[in-house]
Ligand binder design. Structure first.
Ligand SMILES: [Zn+2]
Length: 200
């Protein structure tokens, strides 16, 4: 948060150390947003984090397989689902739920469909007058927090490897929302076994 990055484990020695194998500390499912690179936010180096990113950190067969690989093959004990404030994908999903949605490509529309349940939940929690969302009257970051919880639910539902590891106590999943201005990563929701130690 203070901007005093150490850039650890990014040199040739670390690269050589990892040439035969990897043992990352955590898996990340994060948004592709250029401001939300997990390795930079958490000041990590080579071999530290196993990362999948897409717009709006959506859980789909591709990201499920990636998280399963991290758990089953690499033995990570923590999956971090990393959302962020001012997310363009969340804003686009809100727009798609309004009465005058912008044209988007079929591929993008399919991705945004994964965020729309969170948009509907948030809108209907405050507004009953119309199912069409008014983008000026909805808290986009609250939509993002709902989407975060739903993403973790989807991952648990779609992956027996992940849900079995959580049930066995060998895996924890934590959903966080990154605040762009402060650089703070706020934990929003968690499931399974997590032994987190506060940073000093
Ligand atoms: Zn985003």
């Amino acid at each position: 948060m203070a901007g005093t990055l150490q850039h650890p484990q990014q040199g040739a020695a670390r690269r050589n150390e990892l040439s035969a194998s990897q043992a990352p500390n955590a898996a990340f499912l994060g948004c592709s947003d250029s401001r939300v690179a997990a390795e930079i936010l958490f000041d990590c180096g080579l071999g530290d984090l196993f990362v999948a990113r897409n717009i709006g950190q959506i859980s789909n067969p591709n990201t499920t397989a990636t998280m399963e690989f991290a758990v089953a093959e690499l033995g990570v004990a923590v999956i971090v689902v990393l959302a962020h404030c001012s997310c363009g994908a969340v804003a686009a999903a809100i727009n798609q739920s309004s009465d005058s949605p912008q044209q988007v490509s079929p591929a993008i529309r399919q991705e945004l469909e994964e965020i729309r349940p969170a948009v509907q939940q948030e809108w209907l929690s405050e507004h009953r007058e119309t199912p069409y969302v008014d983008p000026t009257k909805i808290d986009a970051d609250a939509v993002g927090r709902r989407h975060l919880a739903l993403t973790i639910n989807s991952l648990m539902r779609d992956s027996k490897i992940v849900s079995d590891a959580v049930a066995a106590g060998t895996l924890g999943i934590i959903g966080c929302q990154y605040q762009l201005e402060e650089g703070r990563v706020a934990p929003i929701t968690a499931i399974g076994k997590l032994r987190l130690q506060p940073a000093d």
